[in-house]
Write a protein that binds this ligand. Structure first.
Ligand code: PA5
Length: 420
């Protein structure tokens, strides 16, 4: 379903490329056996009872709340925001707000101001159940819920997504009787968007989560035996790195993809950036960024390659209208669809950057809908894991994230941490 293209012959021979793609096959079995490889078979092996409960909870939230505040950070936040925004935002009554993804007082204050005296519920998401940013935001929002609704009703408006057996959030959810959903043990945060971590908010936004899972399942079927196009992308990323291109810029022409870019950056950055290795993941949204980063892309240091995410079908809305006066000189565009013009801009950018010495890859979705987004998530998850394994790093840990936490806890005087 997801197509991938790249004219790689300048960087690797066809024979060597085919051999290296075939060699990635054994990594699929390795992922399958890994303690954190649960996402690989998730589209055909998920908890159907919980899935039904997610839909029921989403309906309840839609019936009772103007806002759902999703509290979480990193893998417990970016995936659902990426999907909801890529598909055009919330479709029903309930708008989604995000909290606990920073320690910014202004950010949290703005969420509280937006809620005002409207009805709201909270989905607090933390696999560990102890991450500081969401824990602090949860405390603040819980206090607002209790103040507005009283303790009993507040508890009914809190949905906890966390570990099945342990952690502070798990224990609190049991003690207070919050409806709870599980982050599976064998799926790490950044690979968890198609679990309850992402699905509750996505369902509340009115996105069809059955179709999202169908798309992932279809993509899994296409890739699971030999990695297919995901293996090609994974191998070529590493080939680019070997050729001195150590920055990958994910580029697309849809402003609604901004958070998809953020999710992708976390997925690849946290999976690969370790042991002094890794491609630095960056992103742009064109044509907006052609008027800012476009100069650098065309003529800056030649150490980056660019991966375009494109949508094959044409979007019908909005045509350039006729004008007798033609004062703006746009007659040559009259009657053309805006999306068709955008696609030409995409092609022109690819060609210009290629000519400017930027290796270009293309990842193509058939359409922008639930199935395609489900497929794209699976495609990126698999290509990320294959790419990291090809690079020789563990795709599923993130030891480097602890360094700032330890120092912050020391400075804040958290029990168990000596103030230095
Ligand atoms: O991908 C990851 O594992 C991380 O980004 C985590 O999702 C993030 O640190 C949040 O952790 P938790 O869900 O335990 O609060």
């Amino acid at each position: 379903m997801i197509d991938f293209k790249c004219d790689y012959r300048k960087y690797i021979s066809t024979e060597e490329f085919g051999k290296r793609v075939a060699d990635t096959r054994h990594y699929i079995a390795k992922i399958q056996q890994d303690d954190f490889g649960g996402w690989l078979d998730l589209p055909i092996n998920y908890d159907k009872d919980e899935f039904a409960r997610i839909k029921e909870a989403a309906k309840r939230i839609n019936d009772s709340s103007d806002y759902l505040v999703c509290i979480g950070i990193g893998g417990s936040y970016l995936g659902h925001r990426a999907v909801i925004e890529a598909l055009g935002g919330e479709r029903g009554r309930t708008k989604i707000l995000y909290a606990g993804n920073s320690l910014s007082a202004r950010g949290l204050e703005s969420v509280l101001t937006q809620i005002g005296d409207k009805d709201f519920s909270v989905n607090v998401i933390s696999k560990s159940g102890t991450t500081t940013e969401p824990a602090v935001a949860f405390r603040v929002l819980k206090a607002k819920l209790v103040e507005k609704y009283g303790a009993d009703e507040a508890a009914k408006r809190i949905y906890a997504t966390t570990d099945a057996n342990k952690g502070a959030l798990h224990d609190e959810a049991i003690a207070k009787g919050y409806e709870s959903f599980v982050v599976p043990d064998n799926i790490g945060g950044r690979y968890s968007v198609l679990t309850a971590v992402g699905l509750l908010a996505i369902a509340v936004a009115g996105v069809d989560i059955d179709r999202l899972m169908d798309g992932a399942e279809e993509e899994r079927a296409a890739l699971i035996s030999d990695g297919g196009r995901a293996a090609e992308y994974a191998v070529l990323r590493n080939v680019m790195l070997e050729n001195g291109y150590n920055i990958e810029v994910l580029a697309n022409f849809e402003p609604n993809f901004m958070y998809f870019n953020e999710w992708w950056k976390q997925l690849f950055g946290e999976s690969e950036g370790k042991d002094g290795k890794g491609i630095f993941p960056a992103s742009v949204v064109y044509s907006t960024d052609l008027h800012s980063m476009g100069q650098y892309m065309q003529e800056g240091r030649r150490e980056l390659f660019e991966t375009f995410v494109e949508i094959a079908n044409e979007y019908d809305a909005i045509m350039v209208p006729q004008s007798d006066e033609n004062l703006d000189g746009l007659r040559y565009l009259e009657g053309r669809k805006l999306d068709a013009i955008c696609k030409v801009a995409n092609q022109a950018t690819r060609e210009a950057h290629l000519n400017g010495g930027v290796p270009v890859m293309e990842i193509i979705l058939p359409a922008l809908d639930e199935r395609a987004i489900g497929a794209l998530i699976y495609f990126f998850e698999l290509s990320c894991a294959l790419s990291a394994l090809t690079l020789g790093v563990n795709p599923f840990n993130q030891p480097g994230v602890e360094a700032y936490k330890t120092r912050m806890f020391e400075l804040l005087g958290k029990p168990g941490y000596d103030k230095k």
